[in-house]
Design a protein around this ligand. Structure first.
Ligand code: G3D
Ligand code: MG
Length: 314
């Protein structure tokens, strides 16, 4: 499988503008080419076949101070040859990659590496390195199920900073407790548990990043909210962030798993307590469940995941 990111400088409208000789019928092959380059078709995502290969393509506009009309076109394509792959599976990961790419300030500069006479070379190289990092991350997160045909689930993992989100995901991924680093912005994890391919979006909980959580709320299968049960001073704040996400229309109906974490630090707090403090009984528009968990011992986490599997994997 190959992933290509292509930048089209100053292209607007369909690329096949004329055909020579004019009296000849447009062949099937030509139609394929024009489909691939048809930026006027308003289709962001399309699948293209050639020889024994297929490509899943997503094109998008990049706002650019350096472009005529202030917009340029870029195309990201995944080339694959496996017959049994349904290319549709690439649609969401590609869309998500594009959201992330475009959230980087002045990212267009990174596409100008081979064009001289544009701005500060160091800045261009730095932006280009950012694009490469993103692609690298993206290739890791592509659902492994594409190859293995495993069931796949996307988890949207959120909660205040230091609740234990990353520790819980690492515990699931490696089956042991590991020390985490602070999550800056976003951490994407892909791992297999009980034959299910899990793609987890582990969102940084710092105040500055919380506002952008919504951008990542793109068709997850389940919301996973993590709270540190001993951090009582922040229950109100945690509750506010939880309900903010639940109130967005795009999260409507999506099942919610609440992991009340750090149980190993003492058991004076009951499940009932947490339900009352967070006013979880107010949640009427979706299925939800809560488990007392510990990333250190693993307790409760697997039960929570099995609840999800029971709900969502037939
Ligand atoms: P976050 O991703 O939600 O921000 P982290 O949180 O997973 O980075 O965890 C924050 C701190 O809490 C880490 O401690 C981590 O080891 C600890 N932690 C996470 N889960 C548990 C748990 O279940 N029990 C206990 N006792 N500690 C936990 P440090 O010291 O590295 O800051
Ligand atoms: Mg984290």
């Amino acid at each position: 499988m190959v992933i290509l990111l292509t930048y089209f400088h100053r292209i607007r409208g369909p690329s096949i503008l004329c055909k020579i000789p004019e009296d000849e019928e447009v062949s099937e092959q030509d139609k394929e080419v024009s489909r691939l380059l048809d930026f006027a078709g308003n289709k962001k995502f399309f699948i293209h076949s050639f020889d024994n290969f297929k490509t899943a393509n997503y094109y998008f506009e990049v706002p650019s101070e350096w472009a005529r009309g202030k917009k340029e076109m870029a195309l990201i394509s995944i080339t694959y040859s496996e017959d049994n792959i349904d290319g549709e599976i690439f649609r969401i990961p590609l869309a998500e990659f594009v959201i992330e790419l475009l959230s980087k300030k002045d990212i267009f500069k990174g596409f100008y590496v081979h064009i001289s006479g544009h701005g500060d070379v160091d800045e261009i190289n730095e932006k280009n390195a950012e694009i490469k990092d993103l692609l690298q991350n993206f290739s890791k997160v592509l659902p492994k199920s594409i190859i293995t045909k495993k069931k796949s689930l996307k988890l949207f993992v959120f909660g205040l900073d230091r609740a234990g989100k990353t520790s819980i995901l690492e515990r699931l991924r490696r089956n042991e407790f590991v020390k985490t680093n602070r999550t800056l912005n976003l951490n994407l994890l892909n791992f297999i548990l009980d034959n299910v391919n899990l793609v987890a979006w582990d969102l940084g909980g710092q105040i500055g990043f919380r506002r952008s959580w919504r951008n990542y709320l793109k068709e997850p299968n389940v919301l996973v909210f993590v709270i540190d049960i001993h951090d009582k001073d922040r229950y109100v704040e945690a509750k506010k962030e939880l309900f903010r996400i639940l109130d967005y229309p795009e999260s409507s109906g999506i099942p919610l798993l609440i992991l009340a974490n750090k149980k190993d630090l003492g058991t004076s707090i009951s499940k009932k307590n947490v339900i009352k403090e967070l006013e979880l009984n107010k949640i009427k528009d979706r299925e939800w469940n809560m488990y007392l968990t510990s990333a250190v011992t693993g307790e409760g986490i697997y039960n929570g995941m099995h609840w999800i599997f029971k709900k969502l994997i037939t």
